[in-house]
Design a protein around this ligand. Sequence first.
Ligand SMILES: NC(=O)c1ccc[n+]([C@@H]2O[C@H](COP(=O)([O-])OP(=O)(O)OC[C@H]3O[C@@H](n4cnc5c(N)ncnc54)[C@H](OP(=O)(O)O)[C@@H]3O)[C@@H](O)[C@H]2O)c1
Length: 268
Amino acid sequence: MAIGGEPLLLVGAGKMGGALLQAWLERGLDPRQTFVLEPQPSPQIKALSSVYGVSLRAPAAPPAVIVLAVKPQALDESMPALAPLAGDTTLVISILAGKTLAGLSQHLRCAVVRAMPNLAVAVGQGMSAAVANAKVTPAQKQTADALLSAVGGVEWLSDESLIDAVTAVSGSGPAYVFYLAECLAKAGVEAGLPRDLAMRLARATVEGAGALLAHQPEISPAELRESITSPGGTTAAALAVLKGESGFERLIANAVAAAKRRAQELAS
Ligand SMILES: NC(=O)c1ccc[n+]([C@@H]2O[C@H](COP(=O)([O-])OP(=O)(O)OC[C@H]3O[C@@H](n4cnc5c(N)ncnc54)[C@H](OP(=O)(O)O)[C@@H]3O)[C@@H](O)[C@H]2O)c1
């Protein structure tokens, strides 16, 4: 399904809102039907506005779609000004971590989809999970699906309570992988490599491993790992350390649990 064609208002064009806007415009969103509300537009947003002709103001009439991308902490303060922008037939897509459909529906009487994308939407390889409230029509669900799938994969959830765990795995996940690249580069320096070379190797390794996962979806990450781990070899020596007591698996589980707890705190 094509994206755009109906008026869309983006509220909050920071890191995620800006990334979504740019990716949607590059993939055919109609700039004449696109509106952005952002108190301090970044140079990127100003450039998108001038290159594509996107309006940095609210539309005159309620739009078909409002994408809510302010920080969760800014929601309550923003709502009195934002709620009147939604009409009865508007679909609101919220990407706010921790903000529930019930909480959003206290302010909005229209259809609401709660989605959790990640920053890889910027390169069309995002991963989003989404859940709809009872007011979302099949056509509105298709609209939300078209917008989210234009910038990556989409998983529709029937159980909203899963979304805090989704946030902790795929929403925040790119940061964990960036940190892995950072740590691998630092370890390379400790192992004697020049800093620049270590960083180039770490980046390329994360990119290449990601591409292998993407190109062979039928092979599990564990099988890929085992396929390059010869008994008694160098990879096995490193994995013995990573798999040690309170090793990588426990550390990642604790990190995901902390992110999930924080998402739950933001909801209350
Ligand atoms: N970053 C991620 O990887 C990621 C992933 C998934 C979901 N999310 C969700 O995406 C949302 C945005 O995150 P972010 O990282 O993009 O934050 P961000 O960079 O701080 O962007 C939020 C933007 O909204 C603006 N804003 C605040 N109040 C507004 C209002 N009333 N009307 C219009 N714009 C307003 C902010 O302006 P000021 O700076 O002037 O306040 C800021 O530019 C969050 O709710 C987060 O949970 C983020």
